[in-house]
Ligand binder design. Structure first.
Ligand SMILES: [Zn+2]
Length: 86
């Protein structure tokens, strides 16, 4: 994930609350006759260059780049009433 501002392109009201949606892979062995799982292995995270990000306000899920681009298009404007630490 990039250390840059995000802005939800869907609800356009959230720059703060997000969740990262990653893919996990888990190997398992099946019984060929009845389909039951006979053995399972540890889950491993699938590496992704651009993870999917979920907005925790509207639940929209999209590529990280869409959130970054939206923040670039509509940057947070710093005024005396909206200081940078909020
Ligand atoms: Zn949103």
């Amino acid at each position: 994930m990039k250390e840059v501002p995000y802005f939800c392109p869907n609800c356009r009201s959230n720059r703060v609350k997000f969740s990262v949606v990653t893919t996990y892979s888990q190997r398992f062995m099946k019984n060929a006759a009845d389909g039951t799982i006979t053995e399972s292995f540890e889950m491993t995270q699938v590496p992704e260059e651009e993870p999917n990000i979920q907005c925790m306000v509207c639940q929209f899920v999209g590529n990280e780049l869409r959130f970054v681009k939206q923040a670039e298009r509509e940057p947070r404007i710093m005024t005396p009433t909206t200081p940078s630490y909020t």
